[in-house]
Write a protein that binds this ligand. Sequence first.
Ligand code: GDP
Ligand code: MG
Length: 441
Amino acid sequence: NLSDRLSATFKNLRGKGKLSPADVDGTVREIRRALLDADVNLEVVKAFTGRVRDRALGDEVSKALNPAQQVVQIVNDELITILGGQQRRLQFAKNPPTVIMLVGLQGAGKTTLAGKLAKWLASENHTPMLVAADLQRPNAVTQLQVVGAHAGVTVFAPEPGNGVGNPVRVAKDAIKYAKDKQHDIVIVDTAGRLGVDAELMRQAADIRKAVDPDEVLFVLDAMIGQDAVTTAKAFQDGVDFTGVVLSKLDGDARGGAALSVASVTGRPIIFASTGEGLDDFEPFHPDRMASRILDLGDILSLIEQAQKNFDEEEARKVAEKFATDTFTLEDFLAQMQQLKNMGSIKSMLSMLPGARGMRQQLDNFDESELTRTEAIIQSMTIQERRQPKVLNGSRRLRIARGSGTTVTEVNALVNRFEQAAKMMKTVAKGGVPQVPGMGPI
Ligand code: GDP
Ligand code: MG
């Protein structure tokens, strides 16, 4: 499923200290495929991956302590955005009753939702009433009556033989009744068809016009895949709605419907239905849904773990090299590059009042020096990188020229390397090294 695909993608990033544009492209391509396979609408996928890519190639990732984790964070942020951003609560009328109308295809879960909503609202000290305005299917009224009985709420239904076939009239009568009997919320269940059709839309639009609802909730079966977007658009054009309810999220839904519908219609997802029982229902939180899709907790800990293993493995290799005297300038360069991450540590520390001392030490670390060091090492032959001792005066001059530095700088680097190698050899043998100016570390 989508979660598994995305977490596999992020696993590939693990242990990468720095992400190249190729890494980012590869990741974005994988995310794109995973979303498309999960039935997310193509336009939504394009916009989404475009934003993720731009941000992943930007400063927030290149400066991050852990770039892979930062990419996961970006994907999470953007998921929340396409899911509607902030949680949207149900809107109540200033003058009760609040009228909530449910629309959607047959089998989407409207009648079940009516019961869930009523039970939930009753538990919040409201006095909801259900209205059977689905007069299309023979047993639809009975079904709502059963649901209402389970939820313990009043169900308004047409008298047998009276008003049958006229859901607009039933809905209007229901509002009058609710006012009389002091029901503060009226939930109108309507008919659906197996597919979108003009008559269904006209009937729903007529009911809407007659009862002027505060909320029109479009109930969408999360399992219908790519059709979700077309269906949602058809209902938006035909009746329009103020919010979306995703039903059957408990099933093997591929999740794509959920991801597409809010951004395609510009309407918020307000509730999620997660089962056949009356309590299988919750207000929809975009951030929680995003975490669920990403399995964020899992992914973050996975990456942390991978990172830790990577660092430990690296450290073990380096220690071995020191012990066996095979540490080279190339290894030295790799070590220094890891220090680049200190840039972000610096900015983190600047937010902590107690960390001034550490900050000063870090201030001594100069990134442009790292760049010069890199240039010097790259101007050396492989042989020289392995044994800088072989460097004579004329080679040092050529290296200085080739790297745009001076002989003094080349000499300083060679000296520092030899010092570091000596120091690390002491560590590898179990001793405590002294760092000039810092004392024992
Ligand atoms: P309606 O035609 O839109 O009124 O849909 P119903 O409420 O009658 O639901 C159709 C079928 O889907 C019924 O068998 C429900 O029990 C089932 N159903 C509704 N909501 C959910 C849900 O969230 N999860 C699952 N698994 N089944 C649901
Ligand atoms: Mg129904």
